[in-house]
Structure formats: C-alpha cells, structure tokens
Design a protein around this ligand. Structure first.
Ligand code: GAL
Length: 656
C-alpha cells in the first residue's frame, strides 16, 4: 500500500527539497510522482537533456524512503518544440489551433510529436530505468484531446480504409443512402461534427482510441528498451468516457485513474466506487489512484471542500475497490500557473494546510494495514457489463435530456451496494464463467459474440439481467434488424414491441411491488408461456403513455437453473432493490454484510481469507451487525456481533 502525491520539485529551490521529503514522511507518504509536466526543464533545447536534477531528486527521495514514479512529460510540450514544429499543435473545431501557454497542446497522431515524445521518454529510461528508487512510469497524463487537423483526418481515412476495405462496405455500414451520405472517395470523410452520422461518430471514437494506443506504444517501447522489468508502466486515466480505455490499457502493466469529485459538487460514494470498479475491470487487476483531491479542486462550478473525515473514507473506499495506492494532487500550491486555487497538502508557504492532519491519519492507517492487505484483491461473483462504446452512442442519441449512462448504471449498481454485494465491471472481457449474475444496464450495441456469451452463460446456470435499450443497435451503430433483444429474444421468450419517452414518471406495479419509472419506457410482450411478467405499466396510464397502459415493463424467464430478465424501464430505488433482491436470491447470493444506509462494505481476498473494509459515508455513528466477532485492524479491537463506526469511520475486518 502506498500513499503519496504529485510533486513538482522543479518549481522550488533545491535547498527546499529535503524539507519537502521530511514533511512527506511525517505525512506517512511512501511515494511521489514527478516530472509529468517538466519537459521544459528536462530538455530546455532540442536534444539537450538536463536530467541531473531529476537524479538528485530521486536519490534524495530514496534517502527519505519515498519511492518515485516518473511521468513522461508529453502532456506539456515546451515552446522551443511547438515553435520549431507548429505542425504538432492540435486543431479544434472551427479551425482553431491551440498554441503554447497551457498544456495538452499536441496531436497524438503527429509523427514528429511522437518522435520527440519517444526520445525524451527513452532518455529518461536510459538514465533511470535501473534506478532502484524508481518503481514505475506513467505515460503522459490523462489522454484527453483529439485534433481535427488535416493530417489526423488523413490518418482517420487510412484507418477507415483498412477497416472497411471498400467505400461500398463503408457506405453500407453507415447507411450512406440516407440523406445522400454516400462517400465517393476516402478523402471526402471528415471528423464528425455534433449531430453527425451515428456510424461516423462511432468509428471516430474508435479511431481516437486507436491513435492513443499507438501514441502510447511508442513511449512504452522507448522505456522498455532500457527499463528493468520490475519497473511497471501505467497511465493515469481520466474517468470520462471519451476513449476505449480497455484498448489503451491492454499494453500497460498497471492502470491508474484520477479520482476527483467531478460530476457533482459533493461526493457521491456509489459513483466513485463504480468508477474504481470500471477501471479495475480494464485489466481485472488492482489499480492505483494516481491523483485525488486533497479536499477540493479548482475547476468545478462550485469548489466545495469535503467535510472532515471524508478524504479518509474516500481513500479507504478506493482501497476497498482494489486501489493499492492513493496519491494526492498536489503536494504544494505553486505560486503561479493555472491551478492556484486547487487543494494541496502544503500551502504556498511550504507549511502543512489543516487537511494534512487527516491525510497523515490515512498514512498511519496504511502503515498499520499494509502487510495485511498486501497481495489481496477484490473477487466477485456479480459482473456489470458497461461498455465505453454503449456510453458514446447513448450520449450521442440520449433521446431524453435526463438520460445519462452514469446515473442509469448507478440504478443497478446502487441496489447491489445497498445489498452489501460487490461487483466487477467489465467492458469487452467476456469470460463470464467466474460469475453467477451478470447485469448489463444498457447494452445498446448488440453483436453475435456478446449474445453468444450471454446465451452460454444462462445455459450454464447463470442469471442475466438486461436493462432497457439493450440490443437496440448493431456494432456499426445501426438499428438492429430485429426487435430487442434480438438474438436473445428467443431465450427470453419475449421482446420489445416499442419504446416511449417519459416526460416525468409513470407508475408500474406487479410482482416486484409498485412504484415509478422514468425517462424511457419500453413496451414488452411475451412470446413464450414460460415467460413471467414482473412489472406492468399502470392500466390508468396518463395520456402521454396511453400506449403503455397495462403493458409489460419487466419480463423474466427461468432457463434450467439459470434465468434471463429484461427490464424495459428505469426503475425507482425501491423497485430496483426488489429486482436486485430477487435475482440475487435466484443466484443464491448474499451480501458480505447487512449494512445500514450510508455504510458501504467492500471485500478484498487473499487466497481464501476475506478482508472486509467497512466505510461509513455519513457523519453520524452507525452500527453494523456482524455474523460473528471480527478483528478490526484499524481500531485494534475485537468486536462483538456488531461493530460501531463513528461518523466517517472505517473498519478493516477479518474473522478472528
Ligand atoms: C487532473 C490533472 C492534474 C491536475 C488536476 C487538478 O486532471 O491530471 O495535472 O490538473 O487535474 O484537479
């Protein structure tokens, strides 16, 4: 277990570095990430490398017991480079070329930029690839932007040509006959604008991901040529949905992500947990939190500070979801630069800010539990299939302003959490055999492979839940030739007749109880006598939904010892709890613990030993019943048949 932060020693006099490292140790830090934005100080002129200062930082950090992760600096090209080679600069909509003065002003597809980036990465690796205090590498920083310049566009056209072979095939895949959208030459195809053809939009997203795979590959090779195998290579993903992170993660040894409270001003525990699970799902291996906020950020519309205790519960939640390291961004506020208002551990004066005390407590926690948690990892029997590409296409055509994949996925994730059940989140990984229950909240782009995998899973006794809008389209983002759920309709013994947008909400009732659904509602029908209707829309449905009066909203069919359930609507919390309770019972699964509202239980396994991490996300004390007395490794206590957690309290439990 590592705790640490991003550190920018190049922004401060060298005489200050020892004090920084002493303070890091006092805070319980064991690692620092450096250099990911330091290109102008690593190579101040073309081909002139000044790495001695990095050597001194790494050596000094070693003396203080602080391990180093080196970032390659390609997210911040120096001015000498962009002025000598303006062709590396990205071009955004309306032809705007982004110049020097901020960061990320580069084009991932520029061969010139790639060769400069690979060269500096290689130089760094030549110097530090064997340094015992360098434990790993981070490539670039949060891949983020795409350029729409002519060279990238030509690369896109080449990629399409390799993918489709002929323009006829491309025109057929993208329904070129619609609005005369046929192409007659490859160079007529441009990057999509808002409202673009759905096939073009999807292909562009895939191409962008491919471009970053290639960009990253060059740097990985440059590092691997010199670095010892023990030094891992990672990237710190941003949690947004813009790229195919599974494709980008494939060549990395480790994936990390930057966990900021970025969608809402206040922390939503379920969303952060879900993001951690999605990132862990990329390689189905433990992750690093390469950045998180020390209390607050500066870029939100409302930059609230987290309440006291929540940095600690957030850190422990992330450990519970597979994080082996938590690093804060950043160590000390820089006097200049764009992020003066951002949270930091030290103030600009170099003295700890009040929040440092809480972070130091996390350091003490990690020191206490590191040996216990070493080598442990989450292991689950429930998987959520939530793919990047479904999110792209649903964002492109949400059909309802309030339809949002993050929240919709939460409507399945949250009831599992409330039931004390932990999950894996998968993208294209289709080995479903370790699981007993697979839930796909919005598997919008169906294809034969996924249909086959789900079919086989049910035939082997697995339980599948498909949410609304599943199998609506094919993998070219065209309407699927059959009504939903297409290739699984026969297995379900039912199908979708039609779909409706719901302005506010609709009432539904049936075996799962009574409640309301929102945003989008599908009218289902059964085609087999074995298929049960678990919920129906209200017979007295309002005018807007008259089409739905008394129609089925949720179908369920037992298939041998397995089952398939199709949910045609966005259920409210109580109904979602009922649905999840039912399918968990069918899959003969129980939560790790019965937790009160606001308390989360996570589990990591070390062989057959289960370590429970129980996190109280509320400011009030909570009592959690336990199946037997357990040892709390944080509180140094052995519990009775229950454990009391203070407001924002955490317990790390094993059986006695
Ligand atoms: C991240 C970025 C960091 C820093 C941080 C501030 O997205 O990787 O360099 O800018 O945001 O919240």
């Amino acid at each position: 277990m590592h705790l640490g932060s991003a550190w920018y020693p190049e922004q401060w006099p060298e005489s200050r570095w020892p004090r920084d490292l002493e303070l890091m140790r006092e805070t319980g830090f064991t690692v620092a990430r450096i250099t990911e934005f330091a290109w102008s100080r690593l190579e101040p002129a073309d081909g002139v490398f000044t790495l001695d200062w990095v050597q001194r930082v790494v050596d000094l950090a070693a003396q203080h017991g602080v391990a180093i992760v080196l970032g390659t600096p390609s997210a911040a090209p120096p001015a000498w480079l962009t002025f000598a080679h303006p062709e590396v600069l990205p071009q955004h909509e309306h032809g705007h070329v982004q110049g020097h003065g901020a960061r990320c002003h580069y084009r991932a597809g520029s061969p010139v930029y790639q060769s400069y980036s690979n060269r500096i990465a290689g130089e760094m690796a030549r110097r530090f690839g064997r340094h015992p205090n360098v434990i790993g590498w981070q490539i670039d920083n949060e891949y983020w932007r795409m350029s729409r310049d002519p060279e990238t566009t030509a690369q896109f056209q080449g990629w399409l040509r390799r993918r489709y072979g002929t323009l006829d095939a491309l025109n057929a895949a993208w329904s070129g006959a619609y609005w005369s959208q046929d192409y007659f030459a490859w160079d007529q195809i441009e990057a999509p604008n808002p409202g673009a053809n759905p096939g073009l939009m999807l292909a562009w997203q895939q191409f962008c991901s491919h471009l970053y795979v290639e960009f990253q590959h060059g740097q990985i090779q440059a590092i691997r040529a010199h670095a010892e195998a023990r030094q891992w290579i990672c990237h710190n993903f941003h949690p947004n949905d813009d790229f195919d992170r599974e494709a980008i993660g494939a060549e990395l040894d480790l994936v990390a992500w930057d966990a900021y409270i970025h969608r809402t001003p206040r922390f939503v525990p379920g969303e952060n947990a879900h993001d951690c699970d999605r990132i862990r799902g990329l390689k189905r291996k433990n992750i690093w939190i390469m950045e998180t906020q020390p209390g607050t950020v500066n870029w939100s519309r409302l930059n609230l500070h987290q309440p006291q205790g929540q940095m600690r519960t957030m850190a422990w939640q992330m450990v519970g979801h597979g994080a082996d390291a938590v690093l804060y961004w950043q160590w000390r506020s820089a006097p200049g630069g764009q992020e003066q208002y951002h949270g930091s551990v030290l103030g600009q004066d170099g003295e700890p800010r009040p929040r440092q005390v809480e972070i130091a407590r996390i350091g003490a926690d990690f020191a206490k539990t590191s040996a216990l948690l070493d080598g442990s990892t989450p292991r689950n029997q429930v998987a959520i299939l939530d793919r990047w590409r479904d999110r792209w296409v649903l964002r492109h055509q949400p059909h309802h302003h309030a339809f949002n994949c993050v929240e919709h996925a939460q409507s399945y994730y949250a009831p599992l959490q409330r039931a004390g059940v932990t999950v894996d989140v998968l993208d294209r990984h289709l080995d479903l055999m370790p699981y007993r229950l697979v839930i796909a909240p919005h598997l919008h782009l169906g294809d034969d492979m996924i249909a086959f995998a789900l079919h086989a899973f049910v035939a082997m006794g697995g339980h599948v839940v498909l949410g609304m809008r599943s199998f609506f389209k094919d993998d070219e983002n065209r309407l699927a030739p059959e009504r939903q759920p297409g290739p699984l309709a026969e297995l379900l013994g039912g199908r979708v007749r039609d779909h409706y947008t719901v302005e506010a909400s609709l009432s539904v009732a049936g075996d799962l109880g009574a409640g309301r659904v929102r945003s989008f509602a599908e009218d289902l029908e059964t085609t087999s006598p074995e298929t049960q209707v678990w919920l129906r829309y209200d017979p007295a449905a309002t005018a807007e939904a008259g089409w739905l009066a008394n129609r089925p909203a949720v179908l369920h069919r037992r298939v041998g010892s397995g089952s398939i359930t199709y949910v045609g609507a966005w259920l409210d919390d109580a109904l979602a709890d009922q649905l999840i309770g039912r399918v968990l019972a069918l899959a003969r699964m129980e939560g790790h613990l019965r937790v009160p509202v606001g308390v989360e239980v996570c589990a990591r396994w070390q062989g057959e030993r289960r370590i429970l991490i129980v996190v109280n996300h509320t400011d009030a004390a909570q009592v959690v019943p336990l199946p037997q007395p357990m040892r709390d490794h944080l509180g140094d206590r052995v519990s009775s048949d229950q454990i009391e957690l203070a407001g924002y309290g955490v317990a790390v439990l094993t059986t006695v």
